[in-house]
Design a binder for this molecule. Structure first.
Ligand code: MN
Ligand code: MN
Length: 468
C-alpha cells in the first residue's frame, strides 16, 4: 500500500512548480506517436539541408496537402489553403479561418537557414598541386568544429546566359564529399597556444576539392584546370560563374537516432528546422481553424534577419496586407490583432557545461517545448520581451491541452546571449513569444535534440492554430 502523502507534500504539489520529464507524463500511445513523428522529421532532415531545399521540400508537401499558390485576384473562403514563396528561400503557408480576418491571424515563424560555410565569390585556387575553395562562414560557428568532418556542397549557380543550375554533391552515397583539413597534433604546438576562438581562423577554413592534374606537359595550375573541366562537363559552368552563385558547405552527416534508448536525434541544422518542420506539419494538419493560420519559414535569421529573405524585410507584412485587402480589411488592423509563436530553439542544459546555465531558468531536454519570454543580451537588449498577458494566454492554452512545456532563458545573465525573429514580428505590432525545442551543442555541425520535445513543439503549434 502506498504511503499517504504528508500535509507538506500535498501543499508542495499545490503551490510549487517543478518541470517534469515528458516520459513520466506521456502515455505509451503518445510516446509511439512522438517516435513516429520524429522518424518523419529525420527523413525530412536528410532530404533538405538548406533554406532553398527546405522551401522546395515544403512546396511539394504543401501541394500534396491541398495548398495552391496565392493569387491576389482570387476570392478565398474559410478552409482554403495557399502558399507564397519568397525568392526560393522562404515559404509562407496560409489556411484561411472562419473568423473575420480583421480579428487577426495566428502566426508561427521559424527559420530554415543554419550556420554553415559559404563559398567566396572567387573561391577556386590551387596551391602545391592541391585544389581548394575559399569560404566565408555564415552565422555563429566555432570554427574548429568544421575541420576534419565530411562536408557536402549545396546551392545554385546562375550562369552568364542567365540560366541556373542546382548543385547538391555529397549527400548521395555515390557522391564524393569534401573536407576542411586540420593540423596534426604532432605539429600543433604553436596552434595549441591559440585561443579556442582562434584555434582555426576564418581564412583557414579552406575546402579540399581535388588533387589530380589535367594531363598535359605544359601549363600551370593543372589541378585547378581539371576541376574546372569536371564542373564544366557536369554543370556547364566556368570560373566566372562562381561570382553569381550561392554555394553552401554543410555537414554531410545524416540525421540519426542518438543513445542506446534512441530517445534523441543527432543532425545538422536542428536550429531551426526542428521548429520549422513541426510548424509546417501543424499547418498541414489543421482543419477548418477559427482564425486564419499563417506559417512562415524564413531565411537569414542566423545573420540577423537582414536582407529581403529575412524577417526584418517586409515580405511577411506584405503577405498579411494582401490577404487583408482580399477580404476588404486593413492590413494594419489585422496585424495589430494577430498573435505569433516565434518558433525557435533554445540552449538545453548540458551537464558537462553547467557553469553557463542558471538551473532554475534553464531548459532541459525531455521536459517539453520551451517558452522563452525574452532572449537578447546585456540586460535584455535586442529582444522582444513577451507580456505577462500573452505568456498567460499561451500557458493556459498549453496546459489545457496537456502539452508538456517549460520555460528557459538563454544561459546565465551576461554569459553571452542571442536573438530570434521575435523582435521583428513584434515590430509589426503583433503579440509574440519564442517557443521551441531545447538543443544540445547548438550551432555545432551535429546538434542534438530529444524526440519528446520535437513532438511537443508540434503539439503546441497545432493547438495554437486551433485556438477558439
Ligand atoms: Mn534559431
Ligand atoms: Mn541559431
Amino acid at each position: 500500500m502506498a504511503d499517504k502523502k504528508t500535509e507538506a507534500e500535498l501543499l508542495k504539489e499545490k503551490l510549487c512548480y517543478e518541470p517534469k520529464n515528458a516520459y513520466k507524463e506521456m502515455s505509451d500511445d503518445e510516446i509511439k506517436k512522438s517516435d513516429a513523428f520524429c522518424k518523419d522529421y529525420e527523413d525530412f532532415m536528410n532530404a533538405a539541408k538548406t533554406e532553398r531545399e527546405v522551401t522546395c521540400f515544403m512546396k511539394t508537401e504543401a501541394e500534396k496537402n491541398g495548398f495552391t499558390p496565392f493569387d491576389k485576384s482570387k476570392k478565398y473562403k474559410a478552409g482554403d489553403k495557399v502558399y507564397r514563396i519568397n525568392r526560393d528561400k522562404c515559404i509562407i503557408l496560409c489556411v484561411f479561418g472562419q473568423n473575420d480576418i480583421s480579428e487577426g491571424v495566428k502566426l508561427a515563424a521559424a527559420h530554415i537557414d543554419s550556420p554553415r560555410l559559404d563559398l567566396k565569390p572567387n573561391p577556386l585556387y590551387e596551391s602545391e598541386e592541391i585544389a581548394l575553395f575559399k569560404t566565408h562562414y555564415y552565422g555563429g560557428i566555432k570554427k574548429y568544429q568544421w575541420t576534419a568532418i565530411p562536408l557536402s556542397l549545396h546551392g545554385v549557380v546562375v550562369k552568364g546566359d542567365g540560366t541556373s543550375v542546382t548543385v547538391n554533391i555529397g549527400e548521395d552515397p555515390a557522391d564524393p564529399q569534401f573536407v576542411v583539413t586540420d593540423l596534426l597534433p604532432h605539429l600543433a604546438r604553436e596552434q595549441e597556444k591559440r585561443t579556442l576562438g582562434e584555434g582555426v581562423k576564418g581564412e583557414e577554413l579552406n575546402l579540399l576539392i581535388g588533387s589530380r592534374p589535367f594531363k598535359d606537359d605544359k601549363g600551370s595550375e593543372l589541378v585547378k584546370l581539371n576541376i574546372l573541366k569536371i564542373l564544366n562537363e557536369k554543370y556547364g559552368i566556368v570560373e566566372k560563374d562562381f561570382q553569381s552563385a550561392e554555394l553552401e558547405i554543410v555537414p554531410a552527416f545524416r540525421a540519426t537516432d542518438i543513445g542506446f534508448d534512441r530517445s534523441m536525434i543527432g543532425a545538422y541544422g536542428h536550429d531551426d528546422k526542428v521548429c520549422a518542420y513541426p510548424a509546417a506539419r501543424a499547418a498541414f494538419d489543421v482543419k477548418n481553424p477559427k482564425y486564419t493560420v499563417v506559417t512562415v519559414l524564413t531565411d537569414k535569421e542566423e545573420i540577423g534577419s537582414e536582407g529581403n529573405t529575412g524577417l526584418n524585410s517586409s515580405y511577411l507584412k506584405y503577405f498579411i496586407y494582401d490577404i487583408a485587402e482580399m477580404f476588404g480589411a486593413n492590413g494594419r488592423d489585422v496585424l495589430s490583432k494577430s498573435e505569433c509563436l516565434s518558433a525557435d530553439v533554445n540552449a538545453a542544459y548540458d551537464p558537462t557545461f553547467p557553469d553557463v546555465m542558471e538551473r532554475k531558468n534553464a531548459s532541459f531536454i525531455n521536459k517539453g517545448v520551451v517558452i522563452t519570454k525574452y532572449t537578447g543580451a546585456r540586460g535584455k537588449s535586442s529582444t522582444s520581451d513577451a507580456s505577462a498577458e500573452f505568456m498567460g494566454k499561451i500557458r493556459n492554452l498549453l496546459d489545457s491541452n496537456n502539452v508538456i512545456w517549460q520555460t528557459g532563458e538563454l544561459g546565465k545573465v551576461d554569459a553571452g546571449g542571442g536573438g530570434t525573429v521575435a523582435m521583428y514580428i513584434a515590430a509589426l505590432n503583433v503579440d509574440v513569444v519564442d517557443l521551441g525545442v531545447p538543443v544540445l551543442s547548438m550551432h555545432a555541425p551535429f546538434e542534438v535534440v530529444a524526440k519528446t520535445d520535437v513532438y511537443m513543439a508540434y503539439r503546441a503549434i497545432y493547438e495554437f492554430y486551433n485556438m477558439k
